[in-house]
Design a protein around this ligand. Structure first.
Ligand code: ZN
Length: 108
């Protein structure tokens, strides 16, 4: 079941682009074909990550049908997770190094 954000939540926005905008097969400049929106919790609060997806405009290119995602998206969180790596590490450190209980984590 998907996480439901409370109504009226304000998000900090992060925009990400594909780092190398040239097609890996033919070298032409890729176009932005779609946006993927990812909402997650970070230590800075609710965050919206906007991934601009790239695609080769050449219909005869062998990479036709492939969509390229920004590489930096995985440095913020795992795909489809609602926790950023910073929150995940914060929780993991307190749970497994300091042996906090789940109720302590929820209270913090
Ligand atoms: Zn191409």
């Amino acid at each position: 079941m998907a996480y439901r954000w409370p109504a009226g939540t304000t998000f900090k926005r992060i925009d990400l682009d594909v780092q190398d905008r040239s097609c890996p097969a033919c070298g032409r400049a890729m176009h932005v074909c779609d946006h993927r929106y990812h909402h997650l919790w970070t230590l800075q609060g609710p965050t919206q990550v906007v991934n601009r997806l790239g695609r080769c405009p050449d219909a005869s290119c062998e990479s036709r049908g492939c969509t390229f995602s920004p590489e930096a998206a995985l440095s913020i969180s795992m795909p489809r997770w609602c926790l950023g790596w910073d929150v995940f590490c914060w929780l993991g450190h307190r749970r497994f190094a300091r042996h906090w209980s789940v109720s302590q984590l929820r209270a913090a």
